[in-house]
Design a binder for this molecule. Structure first.
Ligand SMILES: Nc1ncnc2c1ncn2[C@@H]1O[C@H](COP(=O)(O)OP(=O)(O)OP(=O)(O)O)[C@@H](O)[C@H]1O
Length: 319
């Protein structure tokens, strides 16, 4: 059989074994699971998350069980009931709950060794859609960096080995092998921006700029690199201003550098993300907070930032 983009991507993929594949039953994770199972027989485990809220979820689980039995791969199934939090989209909530569940299941598997690496089946079209969605929200560098090919999170290494492979090449790879997959009906639902982009914008890009996947991916990598540098700067600045940050030291920073630091401090120390407007207002008030009696108290992310003595503190809002 021809050496396709899927085979090339798999040949480059070097995870630690045993490996868990996050397996939805869709085309992409079916191909990834099969390719990994063939490359590392007996060293691959599948994890499927049943989305309690979706009517077709039982059928997905059945199909996943049947395919794993057919190819001789052990499967663990978890369940989530992903109700979204206030201010969070249903898709973000489902994704967050899914990743937490995959991490929990992976932590319980002994195969016989513990699982440290997980593979997700995002591909080049997913990456372009993610970038376009970030642009549509007016995102900054963290959003424009889109999805990394490898990321360490919650003690696991998450890989996306198919990130440079076009969606069409994955389906073609499956067809050549006579493998069937399940089509998730929500993937065609035009109420989701991602689906509208897939149906209309990607074909238009293909027609006028056939290399768009590789080019957009390169831009995302540039953004990721620049974002990494901004985080290095924020880490150094945080050491200098202290935690909680001293207001006088914050005032010495330039406006964008102060916002960069505050964003980093809020995310890494307090697990909250401010809106662009909140961050600008906080930074502006800090710049003017120069006398002893000058108070500061504003809503930022899911809490309140306020002056305490000579420092800035943040507290979660009581629910
Ligand atoms: N229910 C699930 N259980 C386990 N892993 C999942 C599940 N849904 C998605 N994933 C993982 O996350 C990746 C990205 O999710 P996304 O929703 O974009 O994919 P999908 O269209 O549902 O499925 P596929 O990518 O397999 O065609 C999937 O490729 C898969 O690796």
């Amino acid at each position: 059989m021809m050496n396709t983009a899927v085979d090339v991507a798999l040949a480059r993929f070097q995870p630690r074994l045993p490996l868990a594949v996050a397996y939805s039953g869709g085309a992409d994770s079916t191909a990834l699971l099969l390719a990994c199972a063939q490359r590392w027989p007996g060293r691959v485990h599948a994890i499927h998350v049943h989305h309690g809220l979706q009517p077709a979820a039982d059928a997905f689980e059945q199909a996943c069980r049947a395919f794993c039995a057919q190819i001789g791969v052990p499967l663990s199934v978890g369940r989530v009931d992903a109700r979204h939090r206030c201010g969070e989209s249903p898709e973000d909530a489902a994704r967050r709950a899914r990743y937490e569940e995959i991490r929990r299941i992976a932590g319980a598997i002994r195969s016989p060794d513990a699982i440290e690496d997980i593979a997700l089946a995002h591909h080049a079209d997913d990456q372009v859609e993610t970038l376009l969605i970030a642009l549509s929200r007016g995102a900054g560098l963290p959003g424009l960096a889109a999805m990394p090919a490898v990321a360490e999170r919650s003690g696991l290494r998450w890989h996306r080995p198919l990130l440079e492979v076009p969606a069409g090449a994955i389906r073609e790879w499956l067809r050549c092998r006579g493998v069937r997959w399940i089509e998730d009906p929500t993937n065609a639902d035009p109420q989701y921006l991602r689906n509208r982009l897939r149906a209309t914008v990607l074909p238009a890009l293909d027609a006028s700029l056939p290399q768009f996947r590789a080019l957009f991916a390169r831009s995302a990598r540039h953004a990721a690199e620049a974002q990494g540098l901004l985080e290095e700067l924020a880490r150094e600045d945080l050491e200098r201003v202290g935690d909680p940050p001293a207001l006088a030291a914050l005032r010495l920073l330039s406006e964008p550098r102060r916002r960069n630091l505050l964003r980093f401090w809020l995310r890494t120390r307090h697990g909250t993300t401010p809106t662009a407007a909140q961050l600008s207002e906080l930074s502006r008030q800090i710049a003017h907070c120069s006398t002893r009696g000058h108070g500061l108290r504003i809503r930022v992310g899911r809490g309140l930032a306020e002056r305490r003595g000579d420092c800035l503190v943040w507290m979660p809002e009581e629910s």
